[in-house]
Design a protein around this ligand. Structure first.
Ligand SMILES: *[C@@H]1O[C@H](CO)[C@@H](O)[C@H](O)[C@H]1NC(C)=O
Ligand SMILES: *[C@@H]1O[C@H](CO)[C@@H](O)[C@H](O)[C@H]1NC(C)=O
Ligand SMILES: *[C@@H]1O[C@H](CO)[C@@H](O)[C@H](O)[C@H]1NC(C)=O
Ligand SMILES: *[C@@H]1O[C@H](CO)[C@@H](O)[C@H](O)[C@H]1NC(C)=O
Length: 386
């Protein structure tokens, strides 16, 4: 009996430690890997994974910083391997690739003052606003300092791009440090978000906040054991359809051709990754108010926080860095009608690309089987023009 228990504990331990290390992943494909830490002005320690050059390249090229989506991590750009993983493809195309991990995800759980578990209330008190306002400037300054360059490229997927809109409109001097920002399926205005589930959630957003506070729930935790279970479950061909259908709830309608679960189940080794509840609430507020604006602390809180009853809007007209927008026609988070509204407000959209695949959904930007032909080739081409 004791022996069985011992084996179980050892196995459970193994599962707890199973979080893949992006450094190992990069090295396993024979690319140079480095880990860096950038400290934000409000004390979060951001882990950045770097591939400084391509497999067969000698020279380190111009830096590009990548930002991942909600519930994701740097592993998003690495899991698919050198053929389809954007991190490797950029490196092989001559870029110096820096892949950030937003505060609170599995790789960025440290803070100079707060313990993420014992002081969860303070630690997880952030949304994509803080990622844009603090994390990106810290990472940009860090990368420019190490590389000795004055500008870099930025690529953001989903919330990674939402946070870029925050930075560009609230830390306006950072626009001057960007050669080109490529935003992949990145929502800002969410007036026409097609996903019914999101709308239902948005309608009760303040009740959700009250309930979460009552329960002391400050973040959406994902345990290693849960990811390992999803990884094993979805690796079995008989479960592929179930796993795909589950993902479509969040990403867009089915795209079975591009979402080959036989390939994408590997993502469950690192995704989903932890994020704050406040992030989810902020997105819900954006959908409910149909306005891209700062976190709504309700009238009294807003008066304290902003000196006004309503939260300030993010002024998109202040984002003067050049932007390239990449959009899918079947993206549950970003509707093309909203892209048109945003384009009218953004002063420097230099390129817009609607991926030529009707079922292209929110996850396809990193998951699609044909992502290189459908998207990355064009992305690299436009980067090299700036
Ligand atoms: C890299 O450097 C080595 C030695 O300096 C040289 O022999 C090789 O041709 C270089 N490769 C490329 C792709 O420049
Ligand atoms: C969370 O952040 C807001 C805005 O900065 C602040 O007003 C509030 O006091 C913070 N709450 C906690 C628990 O730290
Ligand atoms: C820039 O790098 C130097 C050393 O190379 C270091 O002393 C300095 O603190 C760095 N500054 C920032 C903002 O990281
Ligand atoms: C947004 O910024 C522009 C340019 O500075 C300014 O003209 C406009 O009044 C601002 N809009 C709002 C709502 O603050």
């Amino acid at each position: 009996m004791f022996f069985i228990l011992l084996v179980f504990v050892m196995f459970a331990n193994f599962m707890v430690n199973a979080l893949i290390d992006p450094i190992d992943l990069i090295k396993s494909h024979s690319y140079p890997a480095e880990r860096h830490f950038a400290v934000t002005d409000d004390g979060y320690i951001i882990t950045i994974h770097r591939i400084s050059r391509g497999k067969h390249l000698n020279k380190t090229g111009p830096p590009v910083l990548l930002g991942h989506g909600t519930g994701s991590s740097s592993a998003d750009f690495l899991n698919a391997g050198p053929e389809r993983g954007l991190g490797y493809i950029l490196a092989d195309s001559g870029f110096d690739v820096w892949i950030g991990n937003s505060r609170g995800n599995s790789y960025s759980t440290n803070h100079i003052k707060y313990n993420s578990e014992r002081e969860a209330k303070a630690f997880y008190n952030f949304s994509f606003h803080d990622i844009g306002y603090y994390d990106y400037p810290a990472q940009i300054d860090y990368v420019l300092n190490v590389t000795g360059k004055s500008k870099l490229y930025f690529i953001g997927h989903s919330q990674g791009g939402t946070a870029y809109y925050v930075m560009g409109s609230t830390r306006t001097d950072y626009n001057n440090k960007i050669r080109l920002a490529v935003l992949l399926g990145a929502p800002a205005i969410m007036k026409n978000t097609p996903q019914k589930l999101f709308r239902i959630f948005a309608d009760v957003i303040f009740d959700v906040e009250d309930l979460a506070n009552l329960m002391g729930l400050y973040h959406i935790p994902f345990l290693e054991s849960q990811r390992m279970f999803a990884y094993k479950f979805c690796s079995l061909p008989k479960n592929h359809k179930l796993c795909q259908d589950f993902m479509y709830l969040f990403l867009g309608f089915e795209d079975n051709e591009q979402n080959n679960m036989g390939k994408t189940f590997k993502f469950f080794l690192s995704t989903p990754s932890d994020f704050s509840l406040k992030t989810l609430l902020h997105f819900g507020q954006i959908i409910k108010s149909e306005t891209f604006r700062q976190y709504d602390y309700r009238p009294e809180g807003n008066l304290r926080q902003y000196g006004a009853i309503e939260p300030p809007i993010y002024n998109l007209s202040l984002i003067i860095s050049p932007l390239a927008l990449f959009c899918g026609k079947n993206d549950a988070s970003l509707n093309l009608k909203d892209v048109e509204i945003m384009e009218k407000l953004l002063p420097n959209v230099v390129y817009k690309y609607i991926v030529p695949w009707n079922k292209f959904n929110h996850g396809d930007f990193v998951l699609a089987t044909d992502v290189v032909n459908l998207l990355y080739n064009d992305l690299i081409r436009i980067l090299k023009m700036y």
